[in-house]
Design a protein around this ligand. Structure first.
Ligand SMILES: Cc1cc2nc3c(=O)[nH]c(=O)nc-3n(C[C@H](O)[C@H](O)[C@H](O)COP(=O)(O)OP(=O)(O)OC[C@H]3O[C@@H](n4cnc5c(N)ncnc54)[C@H](O)[C@@H]3O)c2cc1C
Length: 503
């Protein structure tokens, strides 16, 4: 923390200072604005304006809608069993979740956007991740706001822009909080603008909504136990909020659990792109397999793992698929798969949605770039990707024999997807473990107050969204964006009701 004594003068001030402009920051700003017609609200965003929006903008935009408080509570309790959410918080969250749909519809109306049931890009009306734990009872339906992509984010952005008293300043990462070293009371933030440190006074409170630590490999290793993990969302999320909150005297929670809530997905990584591409979720043909470090397959590649956020059931427990611990991975495929499938997901991720990288429909441009390696035989393909040709030929032969038999003895792949890799030329693309989000951060309560290790709120300090998320272990689709709304609203509403600091 920076103490008040170290601040010789304030460079800027506002009633509420919000750091991070994703859905959590936007929801906090809207709530504070609407609760107090006179409040001056300042949102500080680290990224340049064209790269605003955080993971909220790059995400799949699906929202969990529930109509049953008790069923939702039971479901979430069971998903979080290995690192529980305090019962009072769980109850209040479930009540707020069940009341959330009209709030979302209201935002869509204000923005002139269309709220729809379903995720928009999938045919399912409701994505039910863990029915055995109560998904069917808890999830009324999935919802989103058009357009695809980014509709929910665009709606919240429009709602913020309509509220003229919300100032947004870009390229201004916060780096510290100004606090009383004894009471920890927060008086403002230190941010960086144009390479200079500036002190910004917060007359009522500071809200941190700086997202997760997807881009911070050191934190991935220390908090998640992932040796390598590459982000699918914004490059801006580097765990700044966690570092700042640690220094501010906050307790931490939910950083690591049995599984990574968002899961570990197959991604593609290329030079010049700091974040990674997400592999296609809906293949039209299946003449492909994935191999790990030994050159052998390591899972049922074509199961719809996205429906459980890449969790598989082993010994009766849902755990992450092994993408982060099978060594170097490649996807191997033939000409049919190249022609009939665009290899990446275009409805979400930073590269597709924000950079709008235009991946060629038949992948030919990416073959030409050398991102996808091509060869006339499997042995040659293996050599080009620095693999043992004998091992790779044997792996493909085993898989093709399973296709001929209509049964996959190794991983039980659905027979309808057992299509041989037999149409030359052949292709390989390297897969990296990719993540959609991180959980955890500072411990907070349902009012979004940041708690110290003794469980006491740090005065005038709030936290919202994925930073400090209450979810750990298993996760139901659509919970993160709605959590960002609920925690952002609580932070903004509570912060604006505080009396301005006396001095
Ligand atoms: C590919 C993908 C798909 C997803 N799909 C879904 C889905 O369908 N449904 C769902 O519910 N969730 C989904 N998620 C998760 C969800 O998007 C996030 O959990 C949610 O958007 C988090 O919102 P947030 O406002 O907390 O953070 P973000 O939206 O990530 O915003 C954080 C902001 O803080 C800024 N920032 C960082 N450090 C600083 C600093 N020091 N100072 C100032 N600003 C800072 C960042 O630049 C960023 O703009 C998905 C995520 C990804 C990546």
């Amino acid at each position: 923390m920076a103490s008040l004594h170290s601040v010789t003068g304030w460079d800027d001030e506002a009633d509420i200072v919000i750091a991070g402009y994703g859905i959590a920051g936007a929801a906090a700003a809207i709530e504070a604005h609407d609760a107090d017609a006179a409040a001056d609200i300042l949102v500080l965003e680290k990224m340049p304006e064209p790269m605003q929006g955080g993971n909220s903008r790059a995400s799949g935009q699906s929202l969990l809608i529930s109509k049953d408080v008790e069923a939702l509570k039971d479901y979430q309790r069971r998903m979080s069993e290995s690192n529980p959410i305090p019962e009072a918080m769980l109850s209040a969250w479930a009540e707020r979740m069940v009341a959330l749909e009209p709030y979302i519809e209201q935002r869509a109306r204000e923005a002139g956007a269309q709220y729809i049931h379903g995720a928009g890009w999938s045919e399912r009306a409701a994505i039910l991740e863990f029915p055995e734990l109560g998904a069917r009872e808890a999830v009324a339906h999935t919802a989103t706001i058009l357009p695809i992509p980014s509709g929910v984010w665009l709606t919240f952005k429009a709602c913020v822009e309509q509220r003229k008293r919300i100032r947004r300043v870009f390229e201004s990462p916060i780096v510290d909080l100004v606090q009383d070293p004894d009471t920890l009371e927060v008086f403002g933030v230190i941010a960086e603008r144009g390479g200079k440190r500036v002190a910004i006074r917060a007359r009522r409170a500071v809200i941190l909504a700086t997202g997760g630590f997807e881009n911070n490999l050191d934190m991935q290793r220390n908090y998640y136990g992932l040796a390598q993990a590459f982000p699918l969302g914004t490059p801006g999320n580097t765990g700044d909020g966690i570092r700042i909150l640690q220094k501010a005297g906050a307790d931490l929670w939910h950083l690591r659990n049995q599984g990574q809530s968002g899961g570990i997905w197959p991604g593609f990584r290329f030079p010049g792109h700091p974040t990674v591409f997400l592999r296609q979720l809906f293949f039209q043909s299946f003449s492909w397999i994935d191999i790990g470090g030994t050159g052998e397959r390591f899972c049922d590649e074509t199961a719809e793992w996205q429906l459980t956020h890449y969790k598989q059931k082993v010994h009766g427990e849902w755990i992450d698929l092994p993408h982060q611990r099978v060594g170097r991975m490649h996807m191997l495929f033939d000409e049919n798969t190249r022609i009939y499938n665009n290899l990446i997901t275009k409805v979400m991720t930073w590269n597709a949605v924000v950079h709008q990288y235009d991946w060629s429909d038949d992948n030919s441009a990416e073959v030409a770039k050398g991102w996808i390696v091509k060869a006339d035989s499997i042995a040659e393909l293996a050599r080009r990707i620095d693999r043992d040709p004998v091992v790779i030929e044997a792996t493909v032969a085993r898989y093709n024999a399973a296709c001929a038999a209509g049964k996959d003895p190794e991983y039980g792949r659905n027979a309808a997807t057992l299509q041989p890799i037999s149409a030359p030329p052949y292709y390989a693309i390297e897969i990296v473990p990719a993540i959609v989000c991180t959980g955890g951060g500072a411990r907070r309560n349902i009012e979004s107050e940041v708690l110290d290790p003794a469980g006491r709120p740090i005065p005038r300090l709030y936290e919202a969204g994925e930073l400090g998320s209450m979810f750990s272990n298993l996760y139901q689709n659509g919970s993160y964006l709605t959590e960002a709304m609920i925690s952002g609203r609580a932070a903004g509403g509570n912060a604006v009701r505080l009396a301005p600091v006396a001095r």
